[in-house]
Design a protein around this ligand. Sequence first.
Ligand SMILES: NC(=O)c1ccc[n+]([C@@H]2O[C@H](COP(=O)([O-])OP(=O)(O)OC[C@H]3O[C@@H](n4cnc5c(N)ncnc54)[C@H](O)[C@@H]3O)[C@@H](O)[C@H]2O)c1
Ligand SMILES: [Zn+2]
Ligand SMILES: [Zn+2]
Length: 393
Amino acid sequence: MSMKALVYTRPGTVELLDRPMPTVQAPTDAVVRLLHASICGTDLHIIKGDVPSIQPGLVLGHEGVGVIEALGSAVNAFAIGDRVIISCMTSCGACSLCRRGLPAHCTNGGWTLGNTIDGTQAEYVRVPHATLSLHRLPPSIDPRAAVAVSDAFPTGLECGVLSADVQPGGSVVIVGAGPVGTAALLTAQLYSPALIVVVDLDEKRLATARRLGAHATVNSGLADAEQQLMDLTGGQGFDSVIEAVGIPTTFALCQKLVSIGGRIANVGVHGTKVDLHLETLWERNISESTPVVSGCTDTSGIHMSLVNATTTPRLLRLVESGQLDIGSLVTHRMSLRTLPVSLPRLDGADPLDFPCTQAAQAYDTFQAASQHQALKVAIDFGLESSSSESTSI
Ligand SMILES: NC(=O)c1ccc[n+]([C@@H]2O[C@H](COP(=O)([O-])OP(=O)(O)OC[C@H]3O[C@@H](n4cnc5c(N)ncnc54)[C@H](O)[C@@H]3O)[C@@H](O)[C@H]2O)c1
Ligand SMILES: [Zn+2]
Ligand SMILES: [Zn+2]
């Protein structure tokens, strides 16, 4: 039996191809039929050829929501037919790094989907270590919106908000208003800081950040951006600084913005050398405190981490209890089967129509995110049993 899959065929190219359907290969596996997958900034790095370990022929994707189609004999926590969120991290729970609370670095897993094994941007995916790598999707949560819980929300919360030690009454600056920075903005509000400022170059993303609760925004392209940011804190700098871009300029800005006794949480994936300015930071008593993220053993004032995705159950409870609205991250959807689809716009204006005549257009939309006012693009698989979801966005 074959299925449709988005395959990285060579640098710059994603193709919709027929691939054999995956099967259970180990007793700990599950095979999941996708309802929705999504495209991450990391996938863009892959198609640019920036991740040398990734070989052409790979099915992309590490984010998705689906229905369990087949289960290995050792997976007791789930049943066939369960709706699940697929975590971006697949972890065994038994190796020494899993036991130290670092499942992102599981020696039998970690980031495997869409990296070392075929990923979620297909009609079916094999998920290793299913017991820990899948989360049951509560019926009250919109399955399309839930793709943001595979990666963006745990990353924003764990690598951003918790690592930056956001506190009630504190001040927070988030540099980068993509899906991850936006997830940090939404989860930071759970901790009631007195000031949240979002920084980006894209005015549309800044407008979205204000709509989603940022008290102020600053365009870092302005000559006086740094001054504006310091003025917002009365010249003190920010208690919690979250870097969610991944380039030297923004990490340098974060180092300038941190207050005495503050914290910097680096979330961005850096592809080039980045300077740490100890010549200015040495005397600022960057805070020492107890690790706040399970597995975060670094107690210095600058935290950097690969997402462990251990907060996913907590995030789901927050969504279920109405304290966290995850609906704003998925702004666009592309169907692999039904053309065209109508999309609600981020700014509430008339829907846009996006004919997705080629699957790769979903990638084009995400790449030209600013032009399309896109945060996250969900890919709908248009299978019969998911058709009821297609009106829920
Ligand atoms: N640590 C982890 O485990 C982990 C997990 C997922 C993603 N990430 C990384 O987090 C980062 C953010 O992810 P995303 O999906 O939101 O990315 P994204 O590319 O969608 O968003 C980045 C944002 O930064 C803005 N930006 C670019 N240059 C800027 C500048 N000079 N000043 C201010 N803003 C600027 C862009 O306009 C964009 O809005 C990426 O580097 C991604 O690879 C890390
Ligand atoms: Zn991702
Ligand atoms: Zn492990």
